[in-house]
Write a protein that binds this ligand. Sequence first.
Ligand code: ADP
Ligand code: LRH
Length: 495
Amino acid sequence: ADMTRFLAFDLGASSGRGVVGTLEQDHLRIQELHRFPNGPVTIPGNMHWDVLRLFSEMTEALILYAQKYGKTLNGIGIDTWGVDFALLAKDGGLLGNPHHYRDPRTDGMVEKASELVDRKAIFDATGIQFMQLNTLIQVFSMVEHHSPLLDMAETLLMMPSLFQYFLTGRKVNEFTDVTTSQMYNPRTGTWAYDLLQQLHIPTDMLSAEIVTPGTIVGDLLPHLTMMTGLSKVPVIASASHDTASAVAAVPAHGEDWAYLSSGTWSLLGLEIPEPIITDDCLRYNLTNEGGVGGTYRFLKNIAGLWLVQESKRLWERESGPLSYADLAQLAQMAKPFIAVLEPNDSVFLNPPNVPQAIIQFCKDTGQQAPETRGEIVRCVLESLALKYRNVLEKMEDLRGKPVEVLHIVGGGVQNTLLCQFTANATGKQVIAGPIEATAIGNIMMQAIATGDIASIAEGRDLVKRSFDVLMYEPQDVDQWDEAYQRSRAILDKAW
Ligand code: ADP
Ligand code: LRH
């Protein structure tokens, strides 16, 4: 019999990849077909994503697929980072270049928006944490800056849906990514129209249907089948928010687990049946993003390995190529617990020089500053692990039940030092893997859409059977507990 194969496009803030998933009897096999870098492009005044280049890398992956596996492909699904979006004109043309969420156009805009509608009302209408990079705040900043694009926009598409539109010509948004916008009301199951009107945000552009994860959207357009050599392929809205796909693929069972999706960001949270929209949640700036199978992702964004990525970029500019493995080794040998950072402090959102911002933060908070590269990376990793404990404690408290294990998935699984630190800081058993959980979750949701997998539970069992994980047991817990108690004041600073 023919193999059942799916292609997942997983676009993260630091790289994109096309991954082939082959369903065999009892097993899912994945193979990376194509990987390409991603990052911001800054032109006067603005910071963008290069969406046309990303799309041409995607068509390149389709060509590579046809060369390697032949013309039959059972599905294509796309997931990307959250919150960013594109605007389309009446004729379907792309209006401008989509912005990067770290673009400073949103500086001060959360405060401005909350002068019109108070934070409690915004949270009540959406259940989403406040971050200046949210779609809501980005669009609000366009309103404030009188962007002419808003007058011309007929359709707003979230980033994964833009690429899906490029593949199929069909304009639909998908639930999991829509919920990251802070423009959607999970209680009414529609865009948060009242809130948007109060912020003077035009709502006509919210015309695309919102579909649930695992919906077949349309077929690959004829010019693309011709260009690539593929036959007709269904394009499927998987869990199009990368974090939703990652959570879908966590090889967990029962309810006593938390997840950490570890990449550019650290997304730490719980899978829950209903959003938790309470005053405590608002106070701790926790969020309720839409998940698969009717669940919600109760989580917090923690500025994650972005701090290491940026340090690496700066150091490479100074003195040539460095690998993540090199940095991990330097960190391993460096002196422990020199200082602790609040990774979510706004000074780390987009500083020109992350290592310098780290040193400055330490000075400003009266701490000794790390000096060497190893010390800086170690300080970041320790701070992340301590922040994980800090956030996890709040979440366990709000849900009213402790978790037993913490599953780590994503590229950050390769940072074994961080995995061990996370076990040490939280006192939980850590189960690390799979690295490509996001692409796997994307493939899983496609297979559910085509009927090849019956349910999410069955998909998670398949992931468990198909991929190895590594276990980390807590070590040096007393020392980590002391470090935690010493750093409470700093870690509690940026809720
Ligand atoms: P995103 O999807 O947000 O672009 P990924 O899930 O691909 O991110 O994870 C990227 C991160 O994984 C990098 O920032 C880096 O810190 C970490 N990483 C990647 N490869 C390695 C490695 N070989 N050793 C340690 N860490 C790694
Ligand atoms: C991770 C992620 C995260 C969003 C951020 C913008 O890649 O999707 O869930 O908050 O990017």
